[in-house]
Ligand binder design. Sequence first.
Ligand code: ZN
Ligand code: ZN
Length: 204
Amino acid sequence: MPVKRCICSICNKDVTKGSTLHIGDGKRACKFHPGVTEKSEQLAQLEAGRIKDQQERAKPKAPHPLYDRQNMFKPKCWRCGETGIYEQDWFGRMLINMEKHEITTGGPANPFTTRFAPAERCIYRLSKDVLNGKWDKIPRVSNQLIEISGIVCLCIDCMSNMKIDPPACKDMTAEKLIQFSGLYEVAMKPVIREMAAKELARDN
Ligand SMILES: [Zn+2]
Ligand SMILES: [Zn+2]
């Protein structure tokens, strides 16, 4: 193989390529000219930095938890991205836990303890009106979702963080509570009890 040659851009002599260094703009120069080695090293550093930048940019960015394909269809908080279960399922789960307690102990379950609360995070579906003036607390990726749907899903932790009350607590009166418990006994309890009994039978 013939030795590759080139013209030095400083002395204009035809020299071996191996005796020269690249000094930018496709030009090469003999290594012994002053400043040539430094210039060449500088270029190499710049190039290395450019390649690193490019690699950084090419890296796939971690998606916002809201759009994580792994759990696209799990209920999620649109603020923090944590997954959980919707309020309806959450309360249903709590009622089943309480019924299980009643079946196994024969005594009534005290609803004012946390021991029947499901392990999953409770996620409320709320009208977007609750965000009144608190949009800055919501990540930008959620804004369009909220605008289109008119609702916002928030976990109970984010709600307390943003000082948003769960809707039921807002205007719950003693009368309503009594009304509801009457309704519960008649309409829901039999169903819930059946589910609780089935789960107990399955787990034992
Ligand atoms: Zn030269
Ligand atoms: Zn949250």
